[in-house]
Design a protein around this ligand. Structure first.
Ligand code: ATP
Ligand code: MG
Length: 225
């Protein structure tokens, strides 16, 4: 069975896919057979009559995974809404067993599986379960991606506290810079303030499209050893 890492965020659009792809590339470059999952993707565009799960495709490419896209991404929806709402509007109920079954199939063939959530930790998947329940069910360690900006300390600590209260194994926080916010005075204090509460495994610099992708620090890669 693979070891699993669940990548959640303190919000949507904070860099979960960007960071997960960096991790996948770094592990692949070290010879690790890495699997990826984006169990539920919403806001999918339609191409040639089919929904395209862009996050799942980006993760698959980064990990150079040969797994079928339907295992990597069992559920995809067009409405750009939270999973339970998008599913309901599409006449579907998300079945945790189906996600777990795809996960087990991938786990049997890979050494490590990176699972990207949607939005944050308490996003509902259906009327009974949230992303936190899924992360627990998959026996995964949790990585929290959070954007360095004013307000991040509260968002990061809330997510850490929720993870701990639910018995999740928190591997650490990744402080990302999804935008160039050089005039945000909080940036130089965010890491040390969050670090008083949980390990900050890496700080990922702003990387303009087409720029050289940042290297992940060894301290962070150790989490996957
Ligand atoms: N360090 C970075 N440097 C430059 N751009 C970044 C960085 N991190 C993220 N981005 C950009 O910010 C946007 C949001 O990132 P991403 O799609 O990874 O967020 P997400 O948390 O996965 O979103 P979602 O909740 O939709 O899955 C993307 O356009 C991405 O390329
Ligand atoms: Mg994403």
């Amino acid at each position: 069975m693979a070891r699993a890492f669940f990548i959640t965020g303190t919000d949507t659009n904070v860099g979960k896919t960007f960071v997960a792809a960096l991790i996948a590339r770094a592990l692949k470059a070290r010879g690790i057979d890495i699997g990826v999952m984006k169990p539920v993707e919403t806001g999918c565009a339609v191409k040639d009559g089919a929904l395209v799960p862009m996050d799942a495709v980006a993760l698959k490419e980064a990990a150079e995974s040969n797994a079928p896209i339907d295992l990597i991404n069992p559920y995809r929806f067009a409405p750009p809404l939270s999973p339970n709402v998008a599913a309901r509007l599409s006449g579907v109920e998300i079945d945790m067993d189906r996600i777990e079954s795809a996960f087990k199939t991938l786990s049997a063939v890979h050494e490590i599986i990176l699972v990207e959530g949607a939005g944050g930790l308490l996003v509902p998947l259906n009327n009974d379960s949230t992303m936190a329940d899924l992360a627990l069910r998959l026996g995964s360690q949790l990585l929290i991606v959070t954007p360095s900006r004013l307000g991040v300390i509260n968002h990061a600590l809330l997510t850490c506290e929720c993870a701990r209260a639910r018995g999740l194994d928190l591997a650490g926080v990744i402080l990302n810079h999804p935008a160039n916010r050089s005039n945000d005075a909080s940036i130089k204090y965010n890491r040390s303030e969050i670090e008083r509460y949980a390990p900050v495994l890496a700080e990922i610099p702003y990387t303009p499209a087409g720029g050289t992708l940042p290297e992940l620090p060894e301290t962070m890669l150790k989490v996957f050893q």
